[in-house]
Design a protein around this ligand. Structure first.
Ligand code: IVH
Length: 672
């Protein structure tokens, strides 16, 4: 029976909630607590005790930040106003161009007042408050519709559960910002994941997205995430005049906000972005640029939006971080298709706040082109979310003792003979018994984009393989708890967790499954195409090459590889065995045909400079999505994809007004 709540207890609960929320704000937003952790805990447990006893929980009670059970899937949320993206500027000249465009559009020569804020490299979030209470939190998604991550965002202590402490609270307001992770926290998380044999996050942004887009809010709660609020969507019952006024109000309402500068005229803006750039190394988080916004909201409204980007804002991208270090060794690693990739082991070096100790050298052609040797001093670069790479060798530092790393004659993993086919850049081990390839295939099968078996990463696969428990990926479904308990890394709970993750993986989609089984040249996009066109797995059995090439986006090479795979009886037998283990393969996105147009269908791309992925792979990707790749820039080029050391094509594109994008932006467009 619930006890009736006496008036003094009601008051005490209200006061505890208010005080605890204030202390949370002091600790997590201002980083300046006024009580000890013990005192906080004492207040918290008193509140919990009263809430349990009287079953009286206020909606903004701090006890409501934890405890939500995991979900099966995320609900979709429509944004009241689209969440836009930003156009980029890569140089001061391009920032000046932006200012000129603004003035031209307004028909005025007068100096414009701008705001300058750091650009957070995290996950964009919308927080909707109704009558002052946090009602919904959603991801950006495609800008129009995102995922409901309310329960996860509640666990982030700097997210206010209630808007108070301001004189005016709007009836409804969408507050927008970025969730991000500090670099130290990202590195700590990866160290822990490495120990557990889980896949590592490539950068703080991926780690943040992986932490927020979690069906289990307790995982989000366990990661130290921050928030910075920099904008709004729909508002009812209140108006703001400018970005400055908005940020001031957000600050007063106890939201964490970016450090913002107001700058009148473009010269002052450039001073502000240079200052931000000079200080970015000392910030605890990753910032890849500065966001410049027209301060006055009326002027913003006049300028409006072109397709998906506002005319009133631009993101200035900082140049990549570079440092020099020494190559201690070069080794070859064997991938799941047998390709041997050389990688450099560096004397560890901190680049833009992240410790870098190795990087791929891509292939031997690339290594020869850059003349990279063991013992060389090299310039290494890290740009935002791009994996680190060697820019150049510092030849002046050579002593003559440097050693080249020639193409190995034997596979570094199994000692079999290595082949390099005519005209191919890749060097391969073609042994069917190569343990490195088999393990990589299993890791790939269990990876997030594949069967998504949490806990079956590199370390655990290595262990299970070495003990002979998994020889092929289908053996995963034969694992028993008793097998796992015999191993050093497993105890009751971890064994149970892994078995549950394996069980969960049995409900999958056709696209994920086709990706997981690792057909040569079939990546996530290729797998989606097959799922869309073939609907069910059995329709692919014994598929003919000429049937596959009818799919416009599939190249000849991919078609051959798919047909070889599905005409091999041994492969079909493995797939059937997997189905016998109780795999349920659905095809929710493409079962009933609703052909989505690819966002790059029919568009023409030109590539210049070195991209983070081999050129051929990028070309295949574009073509797979219905785009064309041309070798020269003309007025009919839609996009120039620029990599490192871009050639003269960049000048030509600029002269012709062709839009330039980075490799990552290309991926973003395709993902839309
Ligand atoms: S303003 C239309 N301000 O960058 C206004 N965005 O590349 C768009 N971002 O989608 C948002 N820091 O997720 C704004 N200080 C900042 C930002 C910021 C990071 C993100 C945001 C946006 C993306 C565009």
């Amino acid at each position: 029976m619930t006890e009736k709540i006496p008036a003094d207890i009601k008051k005490e609960i209200e006061k505890l909630v208010k005080d605890l929320n204030y202390h949370c704000y002091r600790y997590y937003v201002l980083d300046s607590p006024v009580i000890s952790d013990e005192e906080y805990d004492r207040l918290y447990f008193r509140l919990k005790e009263l809430e349990d006893k009287y079953h009286s929980i206020l909606p903004d009670s701090p006890t409501q930040r934890v405890g939500a059970p995991p979900l099966d899937k995320f609900e979709k949320v429509k944004h009241s106003e689209p969440m836009l993206s930003l156009d980029n500027a890569f140089s001061h000249d391009e920032v000046r161009e932006f200012d000129k465009r603004v003035k031209r559009f307004l028909g005025s020569e007068k100096n414009i007042e701008y705001t300058v804020e750091p650009k957070y490299d995290g996950l964009a979030i919308e927080l909707t408050y109704r009558d002052g209470l946090l009602f919904k939190a959603s991801t950006r998604g495609d800008g129009y519709e995102g995922e409901d991550v309310t329960r996860n965002m509640r666990t982030i202590k700097s997210v206010p559960l209630k808007i108070e402490s301001v004189s005016k609270v709007p009836n409804e307001i969408d507050i927008r910002g970025e969730v991000y992770m500090d670099i130290d926290e990202f590195e700590k998380l990866n160290r822990e994941r490495e120990k557990k044999g889980e896949p590592l996050f490539a950068n703080p942004r991926n780690a943040t997205a992986g932490s927020v887009r979690q069906l289990d809010p307790s995982i989000t709660a366990s990661r130290k995430l921050h928030l910075a609020c920099y904008g709004i969507g729909a508002v009812k019952g209140m108006t703001f005049k400018s970005q400055k006024e908005l940020i001031d109000w957000l600050k007063e309402a106890r939201f964490p906000v970016p450090k913002m500068q107001v700058a009148r005229g473009i010269d002052k803006v450039i001073d502000a972005i240079m200052e931000l750039g000079a200080n970015r190394g000392s910030l605890p988080f990753e910032t890849d640029g500065a966001v410049i916004k027209v301060n006055d909201f009326d002027i913003q409204k006049k300028l409006g939006v072109k397709t998906r980007e506002p005319r009133w804002a631009i993101a200035y991208k900082f140049a990549a971080h570079q440092e020099t270090t020494k190559i201690l060794d070069i080794q070859g690693s064997v991938g799941r298709t047998g390709v041997i990739t050389p990688f450099a082991i560096f004397k560890p070096v901190r680049i833009g706040g992240v410790t870098v100790s190795r990087s791929t050298l891509h292939n031997w052609d690339e290594m020869e082109r850059k003349d990279i040797k063991i013992g060389d001093t090299v310039l290494v670069e890290r740009a935002g979310d791009v994996i680190p790479h060697v820019v150049t060798v510092i030849k002046e530092n050579r002593t003559g003792k440097e050693e080249p790393f020639p193409i190995p004659k034997e596979c570094p993993a199994c000692g079999s003979k290595v082949v390099r086919e005519e005209g191919e850049v890749a060097v391969r081990c073609i042994s069917l018994h190569c343990p490195a390839q088999i393990q990589e295939k299993i890791i790939h099968f269990a990876s997030r984009g594949g069967m998504d078996i949490e806990g079956l990463g590199e370390k655990n696969v290595e262990l299970l393989y070495s003990k002979g428990l998994i020889k092929h990926f289908e053996d995963i479904y034969k694992l028993k708890k008793s097998n796992l308990l015999e191993l050093p890394r497993f105890a009751e709970k971890s064994a149970q967790n892994l078995l549950e993750a394996i069980e969960r993986s049995k409900n999958t989609t056709l696209a994920k499954f086709l990706f997981a089984i690792g057909i040569l040249h079939v990546g996530e996009y290729g797998a989606k195409l097959l799922a869309r066109n073939f609907k069910e797995l059995k329709n692919l059995y014994h598929v003919k090459r000429n049937e596959l090439v009818k799919i416009k986006q599939l190249g000849e090479k991919i078609a051959s590889s798919i047909s070889t795979f599905f005409n091999d009886e041994k492969n079909i037998k493995i797939l059937k065995t997997l189905e016998d283990f109780g795999l349920k393969i659905s095809n929710p996105d493409y079962a009933s045909e609703k052909k989505e147009e690819s966002p790059i269908e029919g568009l023409t791309f030109v590539i210049t400079g070195t991209l983070p992925k081999p050129r051929k792979e990028v070309e295949d990707l574009i073509e797979l999505h219905g785009g064309h790749v041309s070798s020269s820039v003309s007025a009919s080029t839609d996009y120039l994809v620029i990599g490192e050391e871009p050639g003269s094509k960049l000048q030509k594109a600029k002269a012709l007004g062709v839009k330039t994008i980075s490799y990552n932006e290309l991926l973003k467009i395709i993902e839309q």
